[in-house]
Design a protein around this ligand. Structure first.
Ligand code: GTP
Ligand code: MG
Length: 349
């Protein structure tokens, strides 16, 4: 049985609602890939249909160099806890994608310090780290050489969380648009091998992103939260307790403020509404779903409060971005959907 060149699913002509369906015999791509590539139309979501443990087992079983792909804009969501334990003894090269989405003010030096610090914090060992961005052709050539050298004629397996840019990266390395890529998590559906003249590359389905805003909002609202170019930091100076409402997704209240700065790193199209902290609830009730949009699919939120300890702390919301709070603030309060991870880290920028 043949395999769809775009997503790796087994091609079939019996079940239109299942992966791999094509009405045309002899077709190289399934209907879902065809519609994604040509019309940006998602026939059905596979954000939840892929078993991450099966994917990891499949990777473990295959010999070769592992290229772990992580999205720099959504870095925390791209981490895989216990990765070295799940892939014991394997050589892993970390490729951080989407450098072009980070603000230009962030130097390469600072960025690499951040990446190594986070890997260290998470106790994750890799053989090397490489950073790529959308238009950087030279960088891709260099990466290709590094990969070939490290792989020593063995296959190269690309893995990572859904949407991190695996398929896009392989297309760029081979210099052809063969694999399907899209903004919808769960584009690649099965292991998919590409044999070039001198190297075997293996694309894999994304490891499920469990607690992310990318899954909390409806698929047709993803374009309302995903950045398309470098995010412009939005800077607010504050001298009293303040509340910031991000779309209808997150509310941040900064308590016990004397003089502080909050910098938002979110897609430019995401609206931020600023108000006095004491009005937070009233405004949420009045504007949720109307002025405050988009809203998550499920109307269930949870609030967490933490003491600010670092001079500069990032509040990270998986799939949405992060907010850097610095200065004299004592307590950070965050309301977010129950199924979205909120974490705190020493500032990236
Ligand atoms: N700005 C920017 N976008 C990128 C880059 N690499 C990938 N993307 C975008 O990220 C989205 C996901 O890319 P894919 O290649 O489909 O990601 P994937 O990891 O294969 O996703 P799954 O198959 O769902 O696991 C697409 O919208 C890509 O255009 C990059 O370097 N910069
Ligand atoms: Mg893919």
């Amino acid at each position: 049985m043949s395999i769809c060149k775009g997503c790796g699913a087994h091609l079939q002509s019996d079940h239109p609602e299942l992966p791999g369906y094509t009405p045309k015999a002899g077709s190289e791509y399934c209907q879902r890939c065809f519609r994604l590539i040509h019309y940006d139309d998602l026939m059905f979501s596979m954000a939840e249909g892929i078993d991450s443990d099966v994917v990891l087992e499949g990777i473990e079983k295959r010999q070769g160099l592992i290229v772990w792909v992580a999205d720099l804009f959504d870095f925390e969501a791209g981490m895989i806890p216990g990765m070295n334990r799940k892939l014991p003894g394997r050589d892993i090269l970390l490729v951080c994608t989407k450098r072009d989405l980070l603000p230009d003010t962030l130097s390469n030096n600072h960025l690499s310090q951040f990446i190594f610090r986070r890997l260290n914090d998470l106790n994750t060992q890799v053989k090397g780290v490489f950073v790529t961005s959308r238009e950087d052709e030279e960088g891709i050539l260099e990466l290709k050489q590094v990969i070939r050298k490290m792989a020593k004629d063995q296959p190269v397996i690309f893995m990572g969380k859904a949407n991190s840019g695996k398929s896009t990266l392989i297309n760029r390395i081979i210099g052809q648009e063969i694999l399907t890529s899209s903004r919808y998590p769960g584009t690649t559906l099965d292991f998919n091998e590409i044999q070039t003249e001198d190297q075997l590359y293996i694309d894999t389905p994304g490891i499920e992103i469990r607690q992310s805003m990318l899954k909390a909002v409806k698929e047709d609202q993803l374009s309302e939260i995903l950045p398309v170019h470098a995010v412009k930091p939005r800077v607010y100076q504050l001298h009293e307790d303040q509340c910031y409402t991000i779309g209808g997704m997150v509310q941040i209240i900064l308590h016990k403020v004397r003089k502080a700065t909050a910098v938002f790193y979110l897609a430019d199209q995401v609206a931020i509404h600023r108000a006095k902290a004491e009005n937070a609830d009233k405004l949420w009730q009045a504007h949720y779903g109307e002025l405050f949009v988009p809203v998550p699919q499920e109307d269930r939120f949870t609030t967490s409060k933490v003491k600010k300890t670092e001079e500069k702390t990032d509040i990270v919301i998986d799939g949405l971005g992060w907010i850097c709070v610095s200065g004299n603030v004592q307590v950070l309060e965050v309301k977010a959907p129950v199924n979205v991870n909120v974490t705190y880290r020493k500032a990236m920028i």
